[in-house]
Design a protein around this ligand. Structure first.
Ligand SMILES: [Fe+2]
Length: 417
């Protein structure tokens, strides 16, 4: 049985709550109200919607646990519910960009009201379940911080003026990456999945056994220069390299290069505007199909998620994550052992996103958080340059459909031994 948090723990949670919630607003500091309303494609959401939806999450799942709570905007339930069918009907996802009302000032005010109510609730003392849901809400907020940035990148890319979200990062000067080497992984029966008392999503549980065949993983991510070689070698024109669904997508969408690369293969759109491609930085914004085809071309394969987790377990969670404020993948220019395991780009794995043996979704509507998406998607590991550092860990399972490219998604190679 989990005990209710002590006054000291509740105070720490208030501080954490305020720190994480204020970061979402800080990430929007350079955005105009017009920027914050744009929805550039059905998969992306306006920044304003992210700010309101994460607030809605705390209202619905924390504040409404108290039947005396009265929402300042009960009619916003419909606008800012994302996909929780058990909570009620919702505004259609592809039409989030039509919400000129409420305005950003009203959304800010909504955030402040909900923040005060959550912190006041914490100061009065909460039960263990409520404290856990507040913790979940903060992890959810951090997921949306990453989405807010990848969605604004896409929105700005769709604007012919190609505006910059941020100034170029000082360390983005070109430097040579370390040589790619393959490092043998553990083999045999291993334990995988989350263990311990720290936060984990339900999809990281339960810890269970997996069999690893003899294998090795590359010490670093695939670079832009290596991916350019694949392009120049005709990779996008050779059907034998592609999964059938991938080849169909390449032909239908006329894919010729990673999503944000320009036609000359020497510049790309970044959160700092159009910049020269650093040949030594990790390739980013490639789909599962492209990652898989590249690996086949290179005589390798993608790692399984159990192989990746085994290599990552015990490593410190450090790297080019959101906290570095580079907003772009960086070259691995020095270091021994497995490099770039955390940060830079989410790494496509060869593993479909399915439940672990013995998986049990959270109770109630929150059971819709992860479990219902376990169909037709692939697991990515390790976080990206826009993932908050404290949000990711070795057991973290991200997931996207195989054609998705707008997240910071890249490639680490694996091979059989
Ligand atoms: Fe959400």
């Amino acid at each position: 049985m989990t005990l209710a948090p002590s006054a000291v723990q509740a105070e720490a949670l208030v501080l954490r709550y305020r720190r994480i919630r204020s970061r979402s607003m800080a990430l929007c500091a350079s955005l105009t109200p017009e920027d914050m309303m744009v929805q550039s494609m059905p998969d992306a959401s306006p920044a304003k919607w992210h700010l309101a939806h994460t607030t809605w999450f705390f209202e619905r799942f924390v504040l409404e646990r108290d039947s005396a709570y009265r929402s300042p905007h009960p009619d916003w339930n419909y606008l800012f519910n994302s996909y929780y069918q058990a909570v009620g009907p919702m505004h259609a996802r592809p039409r989030r960009g039509l919400l000129s009302r409420p305005g950003i000032a009203q959304v800010r005010d909504y955030r402040e009201k909900v923040d005060e109510a959550v912190c006041e609730r914490l100061s009065r003392g909460v039960d263990a379940t409520t404290a856990d849901i507040i913790g979940l809400g903060l992890e959810h907020e951090q997921q949306h911080q990453e989405l807010l940035l990848t969605d604004i990148k896409h929105a700005f890319f769709c604007n012919p003026l190609l505006p910059a979200y941020t100034a170029p990062h000082a360390s983005s000067a070109v430097a040579s990456s370390v040589r790619m080497e393959f490092i043998a992984g553990r083999e045999g029966i291993i334990e995988t999945g989350h263990s311990g008392d720290d936060f984990a999503f339900d999809n990281e549980l339960p810890r269970h056994r997996a069999l690893l065949q003899p294998h090795a993983l590359a010490n670093r991510l695939v670079t832009n220069a290596e991916f350019a070689e694949f392009i120049r070698d005709g990779g996008y024109h050779e059907p034998s390299l592609w999964l059938s669904e991938g080849w169909d997508t390449v032909c239908r969408e006329q894919w010729q290069r990673p999503f944000y690369w320009q036609e000359d293969l020497s510049s790309e759109f970044t959160l700092a505007g159009v910049r020269p491609i650093d040949p030594d930085a990790p390739v980013s914004h490639v789909s599962y199909f492209e990652a898989d085809a590249f690996a086949r071309w290179a005589g390798a394969r993608l790692p399984t998620e159990a192989e990746w987790e085994s290599a990552a377990s015990g490593l410190p969670v450090q790297g080019n994550l959101l906290d570095a404020m580079s907003f772009h993948p960086q070259a691995a220019t020095a270091g021994e052992g497995m490099l770039q395991m955390f940060g830079d780009v989410w790494e496509w794995t060869a593993s479909p996103y399915v439940s672990y043996p013995g998986f049990r979704p959270l109770a109630g509507a929150l059971g819709e958080y992860n479990g219902k998406f376990m169909c037709g998607q692939w697991v990515l590991r390790g976080g990206s340059c826009v993932t908050p550092r404290e949000h990711v860990r070795a057991t973290y399972r991200n997931f996207f459909p195989p054609h998705a490219r707008w997240q910071f998604m890249g490639i680490r190679l694996g091979q059989d031994r």
